[in-house]
Design a binder for this molecule. Structure first.
Ligand SMILES: [Ca+2]
Ligand SMILES: [Ca+2]
Length: 79
């Protein structure tokens, strides 16, 4: 049972940031707004969010989430 879940998570995690978006992304638009991010990571400030929003469209897409996680600006969501 546990092994099946871990395998599924690994598969989901491999293509870019889909896993993170699934965990945090609550309204199904595929982007993370600051409200969605802060609901999970209240320690992330508006300033930090702006820094993560590379293209400044006011939301984080998969690439921006992955970059933020790799930069240590956002915790990787694994649990
Ligand atoms: Ca969203
Ligand atoms: Ca963006």
């Amino acid at each position: 049972m546990t092994r099946t879940v871990l395998t599924a998570l690994t598969v989901l995690a491999l293509p870019t940031g889909l896993l993170a978006a699934t965990d945090i992304e609550t309204n199904g638009d595929g982007l993370l707004t600051i409200d969605e991010v802060q609901a999970v990571y209240p320690e992330i400030t508006a300033e930090a969010f702006t820094a993560m929003d590379v293209n400044a469209d006011g939301a984080l897409d998969d690439d921006e989430v992955v970059a933020a996680q790799e930069a240590g600006m956002m915790p990787a969501s694994e649990s």
